[in-house]
Design a protein around this ligand. Structure first.
Ligand code: NFS
Length: 660
């Protein structure tokens, strides 16, 4: 292949996002290192990559490869691989759960009057959550209820005995499975600590036993820390409903102060959104020659403020450094998780200020403006003023003119409302549609980006194939952003749908790909599938449902925890890319066939995306068969008419009625 062709092919295999490709070219021309170029230069250690490196004590690290089949302590490959997977789960669960703890502390401070910039925005949800947590709410003020809800939530982290209260939100049959296996999570922190303890040198040395506890740990994330995080965020900032916005680099503005919000927690970002509306702040921006303030987001904090405030999305995980390269970002404000240290080095070449704000996450060389809830609005304004002051320092600006529209905001509350209306909110119509075969099944497609694969390509492939095959898709995290950037979160995408799914979506008035939020909001998916399982007609447990899970471009420990709590909850899940447990066939067997027996679902790592989708469709059909549902036939509804957006309100087409 000629050198030019080779470069072109390489570039094409980097990303499918045209804006990212444009910015990559700029990075290359300017000799700026990004995650993409570093991934090219850094080969993963093949031993660690497959989970076969044990570095939990200082006799090693023991690299179990070739003739070395056990570590110095005698630990076998399966023990080492299982330990590594368990530790990834613990770290992922810790990240989500600590985020959840932060939300509970904010609610407590708000209700006790110590964080005056926060209030209970969704009282209805507060009272529903109070019920889940056994907090009396009748005849009590929302502040009184909120104090108790926050305290009970915080106690869930430190709970030593019994069961997490939210476990009761799972179908009864699922709870029984967990109880029988002894994997009902007790306390959120307890399960994480116990994973670290069990995987310390010389402790739990039976792969299956280690991995059973890893499931318990993951469940403490899904049905504990993350679920509390979502619920309490909704209480403080409001439960999402449909919202229209836009996505990609075109959301940056040449003539406004661009503040990019990146990270995970809504606590600060929500306040920045509010502060950006303050007339004094807007005037200050104008005094520096800007037309106003433009907010746009990256990663899951972007999903949080998109869902509730309609703030546009700039991009997902792999777009972060490239955003700085535009020269148009006056400040990138980060809090916790998924933030590249490399941002600071990129920013040294431009005027962008990288501002860290969390007491838990500083980056050497970044500006640190620490966020404190008792002075939240004051700090949010200080951050915006720092960005405004930086606006006149801009050099040359280059913003790819790429942008797509999106609809997001599908909380489980909204989905249930849209299915049944306010008087009879219910999942019945969804279950009926699945039973009739109009919808073949449903899938959650979630998770990160990973520069080891073509950016956004596996995400898009999976989603497009699923909707084409009449599978309703719910999405969160970086997958949701990938879908948004490619116009998959709009009603126009009906064109790509199977006929049955299209008909249902048009009847209900939803796109076939529903954006449900950030990564902690994967728990909204748990709620949807639990309610669908208990609604009737599709068995009695989550593992009876014709559903599947995907994280096609996963890379983080959080994704491992998410995937595992989905499996432990009964959803067979396909993780893309290479496997972190490939070092042990026995571990591969335990978490796939073994867990299928134990919890009714398998955890797969499958690098071949086409194969993963094919297997998932077969899995969905097998579940339909087990439920004795009508065999799915793509042809059955193929004659249904394709209505395009605009058809409904185009009287000249139908002649039924006129708006005049
Ligand atoms: Ni979740 Fe992955 Fe990060 Fe969000 Fe994106 S990388 S595990 S999707 S932003 S947490």
């Amino acid at each position: 292949m000629s050198e030019e062709k080779e470069t072109k092919a390489k570039k094409k295999s980097t990303s499918i996002d045209p804006a990212v490709l444009e910015m990559m070219e700029k990075a290359e021309a300017e000799g700026i290192s990004t995650a993409f170029s570093r991934a090219d230069e850094t080969k993963p250690c093949p031993i660690g990559h497959e989970g076969s490196c044990c570095k939990h004590c200082h006799m090693g690290p023991c690299r179990l490869t070739g003739k070395t089949t056990v570590g110095i302590c005698g630990a076998t490959k399966e023990t080492v691989v299982a330990r590594n997977l368990a530790r990834m789960t613990a770290a992922g669960a810790a990240a989500h759960s600590d985020h959840g703890r932060g939300m509970a502390m904010t609610l407590l401070a708000a209700a006790e009057g110590e964080a005056p910039d926060y209030q209970v925005k969704d009282e209805k949800k507060l009272r529903v959550v109070a019920h889940y947590l056994d907090v009396p709410e009748q005849g009590r003020s929302k502040e009184e209820v909120a104090v108790d809800v926050a305290k009970v939530a915080l106690a869930e982290f430190g709970r030593q005995e019994g069961e997490l209260l939210y476990v009761r939100r799972a179908p009864a049959k699922r709870q029984e499975i967990w109880r029988k296996l002894g994997i009902v999570p007790r306390g959120i922190d307890r399960e994480i600590v116990e994973t670290l303890h069990r995987t310390h040198v010389g402790n739990d040395q039976d792969a299956e036993h280690i991995l059973d506890h890893a499931m318990r740990n993951a469940l403490a994330d899904g049905w504990g820390g993350s679920m509390l995080s979502t619920d309490i965020s909704d209480i403080i900032f409001g439960t999402p409903g449909p919202v229209a916005a836009s996505a990609n680099f075109g959301t940056l503005r040449e003539d406004e102060v661009n503040v990019v919000i990146h990270g995970h927690e809504p606590t600060l970002s929500e306040l920045i959104v509010a502060a950006a509306d303050d007339p004094e702040i807007v005037e200050y921006a104008k005094s520096k020659g800007a037309k106003g303030i433009n907010l746009t987001g990256i990663c899951c904090t972007a999903n949080e403020i998109l869902m509730r405030q309609g703030v546009p999305l700039l991009g997902n995980f792999l777009s972060q450094e490239l955003a700085v390269l535009t020269g148009a970002v006056d400040a990138m404000v980060v809090d916790i998780q998924c933030i590249f240290q490399g941002l600071v080095e990129v920013a040294e070449n431009y005027h962008t200020k990288i501002i860290t704000t969390s007491a838990k996450a500083k980056i050497t060389g970044a500006m640190h403006i620490e966020f404190h809830e008792d002075r939240a609005m004051e700090i949010a304004k200080q951050i915006l003023c720092t960005a405004i002051d930086n606006y006149p320092n801009r050099g040359k600006v280059y913003i790819p003119d790429v942008q797509d529209r999106l609809v997001a905001g599908f909380s489980h509350e909204y989905i249930s409302y849209m299915l049944g209306g306010s008087l009879r909110e219910s999942f019945r119509p969804l279950n009926d549609a699945i039973m009739m075969g109009r919808i073949r099944g449903a899938a959650g497609v979630v998770g990160c980006n990973n520069p080891r694969t073509t950016h956004d390509d596996p995400h898009l492939y999976v989603v497009k194939e699923l909707i084409k095959n009449d599978v309703l898709v719910v999405t969160t995290g970086c997958n949701a952003i990938a879908c948004a950037k490619q116009g998959l979160l709009t009603p126009e995408v009906m064109d790509h749908c199977g006929a049955g799914l299209r008909e249902i979506c048009q009847t209900i008035g939803i796109p076939p790909v529903l954006h449900m939020g950030s990564c902690v909001d994967n728990t909204r998916i748990l709620t949807v599938i639990s309610q669908s399982a208990t609604e009737g007609g599709l068995g009695e447990d989550i593992s009876d449902l014709p559903v599947a899970g995907f994280a096609p471009e996963w890379m983080s420990e959080k994704a491992i925890s998410i995937g595992m709590y989905f499996v432990a909850s009964g959803v067979t899940t396909w993780m893309g890319g290479t496997s972190p447990v490939a070092g042990s066939e026995e571990v591969v067997r335990i978490i796939s066939e073994g867990w299928k027996q134990k919890v009714g679902a398998a955890y797969y790592f499958e690098p071949d995306t086409e194969k993963a989708v094919k297997e998932a469709l077969e899995h969905i059909d097998a579940k339909r068969k087990a439920l004795k549902l009508e065999e799915y036939s793509p042809k059955k509804y193929a004659q249904s008419k394709t209505y395009l957006p605009g058809d409904y309100f185009a009287p000249e087409k139908h002649g039924a009625y006129s708006l005049k």
